[in-house]
Design a protein around this ligand. Structure first.
Ligand SMILES: [Zn+2]
Ligand SMILES: [Zn+2]
Length: 356
């Protein structure tokens, strides 16, 4: 049994928008205090997701618990388990903490593999303490096994960003050879979506702006890049998307961008029977779907919210096989407040991962 310290580092806030403090003497839950089904994970790395910033700011209709240790892209190893925990995981097993920390596994949503919408779901870094700490309690049934050999800092951002976009692609109703447009393709979610989509043989058209993003997406094997700043006239972007997608538009559009316009544009450029997958969460945004054309073109509009346990296993497997590699900047856990400042300004390329 590894030595478990009584206290360790955690980043905590006591109220939404209040000071964020680095607590070097945060109490570590001791093995004797763990309940059946709980595991204690010694975290090595944690990604920082936009949701963490929203949690701290209290942006959502239901605020998080306070005080809170945020974070839901944690990667580390199990160092203790509650007595009577029924699991194949062992002390030392590498595991990930994702947004969905726990669910009942018995309701209609859970039995159907939709545990994210379980009414009794526990959410890492929102309703329970998350991964911005060195030792976190999580749940044996829901932690994701990390393939041996996959670096922890690469696994971390897959656990939310990777899972989210992989699930969105699975919901896009496409098959190899189909055209898929990824809007916001150079961003934290988008650059991963492009890699998953190319890995399964989709023809990927990325929408974003700037030559750096054009080059980045080409290096991932994207088939086309549309710089939205070069197609600004009325209807111009829609024309261009249709043109590069065989004249008829794409079979699916996955919207990861943080702006609202992309949703309504997609409804115009999708080909008949096309699917719009909503992933990005621009604030106060409405999708304006014209009923006539939604019916006439037989369009589908799908909301995609994280993924289930199997989606998480699959998403990590792509990374373990080096088909998907997040673009990373590694910082120390203490730097979280500065990371939030940069996020608010929108100046982050790829994903920030903190060393715990
Ligand atoms: Zn997230
Ligand atoms: Zn349930």
């Amino acid at each position: 049994m590894p030595d478990i310290p009584k206290t360790a580092k955690a980043v905590v806030f006591d109220e939404c928008n209040g000071p964020i403090r680095v607590d070097n003497e945060h109490k570590v839950v001791q093995p004797s205090e763990l309940k059946a089904g709980e595991v204690l994970v010694k975290l090595e790395y944690t990604g920082v997701c936009h949701t963490d910033l929203h949690a701290w700011k209290g942006d959502w209709p239901v605020p998080p618990k306070c005080p809170l240790v945020g974070g839901h892209e944690g990667a580390g190893r199990i160092v203790a388990m509650g007595d009577g925990t029924d699991t194949q995981l062992k002390i030392g097993s590498p595991v990930g903490l994702k947004w969905l920390a726990d669910s009942c596994l018995n309701c209609e949503a859970c039995l159907g593999g939709q545990e994210a919408t379980c009414a009794n779901a526990k959410l890492s870094g929102y309703t329970v303490d998350g991964s911005f700490q060195q030792y976190a309690v999580s749940y044996a049934k829901h932690v994701t096994p990390i393939p041996e050999g996959l670096a922890m800092e690469i696994a971390a951002p897959i656990l939310c960003a990777g899972v989210t976009v992989w699930k969105a692609i699975k919901q896009s109703n496409t098959k190899p050879g189909d055209f898929v447009v990824i809007s916001g393709a150079g961003g934290g979610l988008g650059h991963l979506a492009v890699q998953y989509a190319t890995a399964i043989g989709l023809r990927v058209v990325g929408i974003d702006t700037g030559d750096d993003k054009r080059k980045l997406l080409a290096s991932y094997g994207a088939d086309d890049f549309i710089d939205f700043k070069q197609h600004t006239g009325k209807g111009k972007l829609i024309e261009e998307v249709k043109r590069v997608c065989g004249g008829e538009g794409p079979h699916a559009a996955i919207i990861t961008s943080a702006g609202g316009a992309a949703y309504n544009e997609a409804l115009e450029y999708l080909r008949p029977h096309g699917t719009l997958v909503a992933v990005g969460l621009p604030p106060n945004t409405t999708i304006n779907a014209d009923v006539f054309f939604t019916v006439f073109k037989a369009l589908r509009i799908v909301g995609s919210y994280v993924g289930n346990r199997q989606d998480a296993i699959e998403a990590l497997d792509f990374a373990a096989r080096q088909k998907v590699k997040p673009m990373l900047e590694i910082q120390n856990l203490d730097k979280l407040p500065e990371v939030y400042e940069r996020m608010e300004k929108g100046g982050i390329a790829g994903r920030i991962v903190l060393k715990c």
